[in-house]
Ligand binder design. Structure first.
Ligand code: NAD
Length: 246
């Protein structure tokens, strides 16, 4: 039986590559998306199914505990228990702390950090009971080093790895691994939309002098969630072209 993988934010720039890579590796992959992305999700699925990939989509707002519970229950009823969870949904609401309001703060904490609790909580007991599970949280280099204008995002992303390290200890003796992947700058629609000056300045500061391809993030995730990887847990794997080393 193919392993079942759920990827939150699964039809986004990085999430899409993770889904495609895992499907190519033989997983049954379910990509979560928000209701506003329904049309996009349908096209996303059709394209991949036509290419012979075993993918499905699941609508749900992962910033809501109740909606996450409903979504996971539906996925499990349709596909069976979830073996692999990749928490990839994320947003930014950048501004200096002087201009940071409660809405921008809470939105980023809810979507990037509380979502990790909301969704992981739904799959955790089953993973422990079955003695197998793989969880990867997609954080960011800016959770490791901080970033001007991103107090909300850096706090959420650093929080994700705290969660990883604590939960990894609870899963370690039960066959469940929990890891973080911290991408640097990735070539997605968001970063491609930057003006050339900003982009070139960023690239100039990266030792590899380029941004990551989303597939390079997916490759790191594919390793961490594989059956083969039974011994890496609680790690924070940087995929950042040498931008930040620790
Ligand atoms: P993206 O905007 O293309 O994808 C994010 C996805 O999350 C979108 O499809 C969005 O609709 C979804 N999402 C937002 N709110 C949601 C919610 N409440 N419930 C469910 N889904 C929701 O962005 P991306 O660049 O692919 O980023 C993916 C992850 O990687 C994010 O967590 C981001 O913080 C992280 N990251 C990105 C970069 C980068 O350079 N692009 C760098 C480091 C980390």
């Amino acid at each position: 039986m193919a392993r079942i993988a759920l990827v939150t934010g699964g039809i986004g720039g990085i999430g899409s590559e993770i889904c495609t890579r895992l499907a190519k590796n033989g997983y049954t992959v379910i990509a979560n998306h928000i209701p506003q992305e329904a049309a996009q999700a349908e096209a996303w699925k059709a394209e991949r199914v036509a290419a012979g990939l075993n993918v499905d989509t699941a609508v749900g707002d992962v910033s809501s505990f109740e909606d996450s519970a409903r979504m996971v229950a539906e996925v499990v009823a349709k596909h069976g228990p979830i073996d692999v969870l990749v928490n990839c949904a994320g947003i930014t609401r950048d501004t200096t702390f002087k201009r940071m309001d409660a809405d921008k703060w809470n939105a980023v904490i809810d979507v990037n950090l509380n979502s990790v609790f909301n969704v992981t909580r739904q799959v955790w007991d089953g993973m422990l009971d079955r003695g197998f599970g793989r969880i990867v949280n997609i954080s960011s280099v800016n959770g490791q080093r901080g970033q001007f204008g991103q107090t909300n995002y850096s706090a959420a992303k650093a929080g994700m790895h705290g969660f990883t390290m604590a939960l990894a200890q609870e899963g370690a003796a039960k066959g469940v691994t929990v890891n973080t992947v911290s991408p640097g700058y990735v070539e997605t629609p968001m970063t491609l939309a930057m003006n050339d000056d900003v982009r070139n300045k960023i690239i100039g500061g990266i030792p590899m002098r380029r941004m990551a391809q989303p597939a390079e993030i997916a490759a790191a995730v594919a390793f961490l969630v594989s059956d083969e990887n039974g011994y890496v847990t609680g790690a924070n794997l940087p995929v950042n072209g040498g931008l930040f080393m620790h």
